[in-house]
Design a protein around this ligand. Sequence first.
Ligand code: AMP
Length: 541
Amino acid sequence: MLGLMQDQPLAISSLIEFAARHHHDGQIVSRRVEGDIHRYTYREAAARSRQVAAALDRLGLAFSERVATLAWNGYRHFELYFGIAGSGRVVHTLNPRLAPEQLVWIANHAEDRVIAFDLSFLLLIKAVWRQCPTVKHWIALCEPGALPSDSGIDGLQSYEAWIAGQSDTYAWPVFDEKSAAILCYTSGTTGNPKGALYSHRSTLLHAWAVALPDAISLSARDSILPVVPMFHVNAWGIPFAAAMTGARLVFPGAALDGKSVYELLESERVTMAAGVPTVWLMLLNHVKQNGLKFTHMRRTLIGGSACPPAMIKSFRDDYDVTVLHGWGMTEMSPVGTVCNLKLAQLALEPDAQLAILAKQGRALFGVEMRIVGPDGRELPWDGQASGDLHVRGPWIVSGYFRGEGGDPLVDGWFPTGDVASIDADGFLQITDRSKDVIKSGGEWISSIDIENVAVAHPAVAMAACIALPHPKWGERPLLVVVKKPGAEVSRDDLLHFYTGKVAQWQVPDDVVFVETIPLGATGKMQKNKLREQFKGHRLPG
Ligand code: AMP
């Protein structure tokens, strides 16, 4: 016997319509690439999203065709998300931090029909547009008056002219909730990029789960600033969760330095922000150097790479801001876990709480996890055993766009490529990417643990720990360090700093100081480049 409930497909268009109906005067604030602050409401965002949908119909785009964006976080990008997906096309977010040849490869693989881009990327578009034969329409996210007359790009038009005159009473089509909605390519360090293709259903379920109290607890009482870009895994789904809850949205545009982000947090009375550790490093430095504090911000979601415990502690003890440490990946839409304490843990001492809060947290309902050993057998959840992390659930990939890379699943589970332990309370701790783990004399050293100690040193801005080949131990750790401007620390001092913090055999064999550590397009340290750079480095002893 079937239940007697209405069978309504989950649709991304329903999110913006809900926001417009129930939070019609809820604000969306954007720092525009033009430099000024733009404000409007969910009602206006919905109307303009419908105009985008109508404009795509007018272009004659078929169901499921790809419409790409190359843009910062801002209101036009937000409208495109809903207009493209809501009308049955697929939003394909391009990452402007990729090399031009990678962008071309991805746009061709996706067979994009339209690319909408911020004018700050005009030079990039000029360099690549001829190599994207499937793209028939180029749309600059600007007023007609700002459109360069000499761009040379065939069919270039301004976004505002493109949607002007389109009806804002567009009736959203109804279709299967499993239809493709959003395409995000992974920033794989080997092989070709692979496309994770989210559906309407997976996107809504993910937004629902992310908004829950034990995830980021988003509500109509929040003002949220996603520093994490909309061109990287949909800004972790925040635009959708915000529309679902009616949270006020504050978009930072292209100004992601500590000073600009801080000013926006304060002037827009932001209660919650989200970003990768490198961004918060810049923010904390700015705040510390200038003796500032956060007047409104009470929590921040940090993920994308491991958040050092020193950062979590500083936010908590110096600024009264709770860090929600989250973990996920493009293949998981992206959020898998968020770290929030359980009731019994509220009674623990601050240091004991910190030890838990430094972990990547507990699975959202909908994400199943397991850790397996080298023999493929499942390992216990005891906080000690660490193995390959597998996940499954309704917002986790079952395969990649156009079958790239073959079937990724193992017995129905997606192997994340991360190595982790899980404790008895279900708190996940990522110890490494499997390719970054350091295998020394049959034991594993977590590069993340070693880096976390280094960045707790007051003179260290950034640290990466990589494996170097070793005749006796197989591999030994080398620490690569960027010092804070004007700060001094010697190799020996830094190595001494490890005493009592990790086992003696885990202390790096050597330290090298560098000006910069290469970061990938999504802000992660590129350890493969460092391994290449230091492959000839001779470890002492
Ligand atoms: P991406 O698909 O580019 O978002 O990268 C996903 C990968 O980033 C994961 O598989 C992890 O290796 C890493 N990652 C994300 N969040 C964290 C975190 N909180 N701690 C450690 N690694 C993380």
